[in-house]
Design a protein around this ligand. Sequence first.
Ligand code: MD6
Ligand code: FE
Length: 220
Amino acid sequence: MAELGQFWSDPVEIIDGMRLLPGFADSQSLFTEIQALCLQSPLRHMQTMRGYTMSVAMTNCGDLGWVSDKQGYRYSAIDPESGVPWPAMPMALSSLAHDAAQLSGFDNFKPDACLINRYVPGAQMGAHQDRNERDRTQPIVSVSLGIPARFFVMNESVQAGIRDSVQASKKSIPVDLSDGDVVVFGGAARMCSHGVRKLKSGYHPLWGEARWNLTFRCAG
Ligand code: MD6
Ligand code: FE
């Protein structure tokens, strides 16, 4: 568990089931871990089912890794680039995710997959739902590192009451995420659409001109 409330501020409930723990992650110690992981399984730009190249560079660690290609999205135990398993999930990463989940009311969170995303200025992630994980009663824990980004989430419970699709599209809630911020995404929020706006240019003393994101999942 992180030092009791010394370096991070109080949790913020963004919508029911989505909780922000500002500054909960120790960026410096994660930097070393992530450098090592990317040497074992290098970042790559995956293809979407429709043949587009994603602007976000990705890799994985853990028993399962998220992959996308012409066959679609899925989890795989093997890195398709190297033909060998993804690197093991370091304890420092899994315990960070476990502690963030626990603080948010999810006991015994044991992720088997960690997707590592790197955004450079101009990169973005379109609105999507995370629906390839087997157990959706488990949350996804997301860690933001480096330069700030604007995340957005569609509040489906609000949308449900709105007939007009133009009105519904206005119900995207912006969430600005900075280095060390952790989001626990579960419960009523678990299936909400979300994405990341085009990254603005910036510089972070440790991570340079990039934003990194780790998402911890119970996939299998
Ligand atoms: C990102 N995050 O922040 C992309 N998905 O770069 C996600 O797509 C995401 O942050 C599920 C739960 C939390 C997330
Ligand atoms: Fe997602």
